[in-house]
Design a protein. Structure first.
Length: 356
């Protein structure tokens, strides 16, 4: 009996020990699972916080008339987006019939929670207010196109009008060495002030050039072959489109031997008119580089093309947005690089002959 009791006691002790051991293993395994779960949870939270901090959404917005230019701005911005852990979205009308206002695009950027906006401004009289984010702070806005000092932009990227006026004058002299009549279509409603300033700078450069020519011992003032600048105001007339108005004016003005365009839209209008009328004797100076204007230049419809390096503009705009996000400030104004392309090989014009 005593031996049986001892065996039974030993058996119970073994069972208790096994149960305690198993319980300890379960507790240890539970702790291991708990800590593994916490590690994954912390890692996931850190990853989400890192993504929230690093990933930014940049909106590029504009209208139908500047769509080609903005596509190249987008290419430049997208090329450097990885450096800022950002995604870039281009907002353009999907068709000619659709042309939402810039305001609606800015409202979309606000609702989306965009980190920054690059917007093309069509008119120098248009005042653009930066949209608000969820914290009621202004979303950093970089403006291209026309400049208005009252815009809520952190930076404006555009050509220096004095430099551009000088370059346009030199281009006109190279294309019209024997002088003649130069026609400049100007939007009389949207950009009259900006265009007037630019044309004034151009006329000043032309006057200085002809003064140098007249001072030459071998050239008299009367024999200097000057370019006569003529302004063609494009008014908002519901009875006739700008395309038809330009066509009628070029038909009527038989003495025009050069047309200078100050917008991408006018470049396409004038080029199409020259093609339709077979006025190949007219030298056309185009404005803003795009697939369409480069094609016209290579085909010889345009004799020169003023380019502002849109891809570089996209890179500069991104740099200013993230400089502002990081440090709270940006350059108020950055001048575009201005180039003038000519010929089928799209070579940049050398102005040394005009600068003498």
């Amino acid at each position: 009996m005593k031996i049986g009791f001892q065996q039974h006691l030993i058996s119970n002790k073994r069972k208790i020990f096994a149960a305690v051991f198993l319980l300890c293993l379960l507790i240890i395994f539970g702790f291991i699972l708990f800590y593994i779960f916490k590690i994954f949870q912390i890692t996931d939270q850190n990853s989400q916080q890192e993504n929230n901090f690093l990933n930014h959404h940049i909106i590029i917005a504009g209208g139908r008339n500047n769509a080609d230019y903005l596509r190249q701005v987008y290419e430049g911005a997208a090329a450097v987006a990885g450096d800022y852990s950002a995604v870039v979205e281009l907002l353009l009308p999907s068709s000619q019939a659709e042309d939402d206002s810039l305001l609606s695009k800015l409202e979309y950027a606000s609702a989306l929670g965009a980190s920054g906006i690059i917007a093309y401004i069509d008119s120098d009289s248009q005042i653009v207010h930066a949209p608000k984010d969820v914290f009621n702070g202004e979303i950093p806005l970089v403006c291209l196109g026309q400049q208005n000092p009252y815009n809520d932009s952190i930076c404006y990227i555009g050509p220096n009008k004095f430099e551009l006026g000088q370059i346009l004058a030199k281009t006109a002299v190279l294309l019209c060495p024997d002088g003649g009549n130069l026609l400049i279509p100007v939007d009389a409603v949207q950009n009259r002030e900006a265009s007037g300033q630019l044309i004034g700078n151009m006329n000043q450069a032309l006057n200085e050039y002809y003064a140098r020519q007249a001072s030459d011992e071998e050239t008299s003032a009367n024999s200097v072959k000057r370019i006569n600048v003529q302004i063609l105001e494009l008014k908002n007339d519901p009875t006739i489109s700008p395309d038809d108005f330009i066509r009628q004016e070029i038909i009527a003005r038989h003495d025009i031997n050069c047309v200078l365009c100050l917008s991408h839209a006018d470049t396409l209008r004038v080029a199409q008119t020259v093609i339709d009328l077979n006025r190949t004797s007219i030298a056309v100076i185009g404005f803003e580089e795009s697939e369409k204007t480069l094609d016209l230049l290579q085909r010889g419809v345009l004799q020169a093309l003023v380019s502002f390096n849109a891809r570089k503009t996209g890179e500069l705009a991104m740099a200013q947005i993230f400089e502002y996000i990081k440090n709270g400030n940006a350059n108020v104004y950055i001048p575009n690089d201005i180039r003038v392309l000519r010929g089928k090989n799209l070579a940049e014009i050398d102005f040394k002959a005009v600068e003498k």
